[in-house]
Design a protein around this ligand. Structure first.
Ligand SMILES: [Zn+2]
Length: 342
């Protein structure tokens, strides 16, 4: 595609790698055709997705990640450099289902310009948010007086009593679903980037991921049923709860994103829940500050541990969550340690 020629504008060292991997010296000048022969450029939105893609790509594609470890995909804004990378990409990988909300217009316009974009979460049998339903009910109560409007729009909307539940984009917290996602990536790379050992690497990585699933089961086995209760900063780990038989009892931030604020009534209710159910810990996350979680712990009036999980982005160097597989294992260990003891 003609967009490949634009790779020459990439400002970083990777451009040199492309040249070296290309035709071994080229014509001596800065001919755009040299870059054309380098490995394809795959741009991933989040650090977790970038790590998964890198495992499938091996040396056969160059992976660029828009969001650094620890970045919050719900709120991070795209830079001009991000926009350029997306437009130069041979393939863009996104989670989808609205999680990259600040990138939506960039991705939409890139798609309209012909950039190939694959969104993973919609293809992995997503589940609805468990708690966003509750918030939707509360919102509906406020709209009860607008019956006339509902009838006015009856011809263009479906007749559900409430809007369909929003699907949860945080699919990476279910290794089984994501193992299907890995296989899908292998197939998509093959189809969109040409022949390569994509599917072989995908199969190997899928096996590693399924082994991590077994590890998570073993790690969390020590948590008795009555303690398998989670209160988290935002609704990020519904897939974990669903897969490993935990109850997601509450979130501090409502609505499935991090871009919202709890009401004081909801906050007090959550504190009562933590108290009534005698939860030993609540869970903050690396991609958001823990101010609200710390405040909730203080509100409860007894010792409640605030444990930071690695949720929507990889951990920084030294955290034990620098890769997707390590992130899954580390989170499971943190949850098990917090809930199984004391
Ligand atoms: Zn999230």
């Amino acid at each position: 595609m003609s967009l490949k020629n634009n790779r020459r504008h990439l400002p970083w060292v990777g451009a040199a790698v492309l040249v070296l991997a290309g035709c071994g010296g080229g014509e001596g000048g800065a001919s755009p055709t040299v870059a054309d022969e380098g490995p394809p450029l795959v741009v991933a939105t989040t650090s977790i997705l970038g790590d998964i893609a890198a495992n499938v790509a091996g040396d056969e594609a160059q992976i660029e990640v828009l969001m650094p470890p620890g970045a919050d995909p719900h709120t991070i804004q795209a830079s001009a450099a991000d926009a350029a990378r997306v437009r130069e990409a041979d393939l863009v990988l996104a989670i989808g289902l609205g999680i990259e909300a600040p990138l939506a217009s960039l991705l939409d316009s890139a798609r309209a310009e012909g950039v190939d974009i694959v969104e993973l979460a919609p293809q992995l049998d997503p589940i609805p948010f468990a708690l966003a339903d509750v918030h939707a009910d509360e919102d509906d109560l406020g709209d009860e007086g607008d019956e006339g409007d509902v009838e006015d729009h009856a011809g263009e909307d479906d007749h559900d009593e409430q809007p369909p539940a929003t699907e949860d984009p945080h699919v990476w917290f279910d290794p089984i679903r994501m193992s299907d996602g890995v296989q899908l990536l292998g197939e998509e790379f093959e189809r969109r980037l040409g022949p390569g050992a994509w599917q072989e690497r995908a199969a190997d990585y899928r096996s590693e991921l399924l082994a991590v699933h077994e590890d998570i089961g073993a790690l969390t086995a020590a948590v008795p049923p009555e303690r398998r209760v989670l209160v988290t900063n935002h609704e990020a780990i519904g897939y974990f709860a669903s897969r490993y038989d935990f109850e997601l009892a509450g979130t501090i931030i409502p609505g499935g994103t991090t871009d919202a604020t709890p009401s004081s009534a909801a906050f007090a209710e959550l504190a009562r829940l933590v108290e009534d159910r005698e939860l030993p810990a609540i869970f903050a996350e690396n991609t958001a500050n823990d101010t609200l979680a710390q405040a909730l712990a203080r509100e409860v009036g007894r010792d409640v541990e605030v444990v930071t999980l690695y949720s929507d982005g990889l951990g920084a160097s030294g955290t034990g969550a620098e890769t997707y597989l390590d992130l899954l294992r580390t989170n499971a260990g943190l949850i098990a340690d917090a809930l199984a003891t004391s």
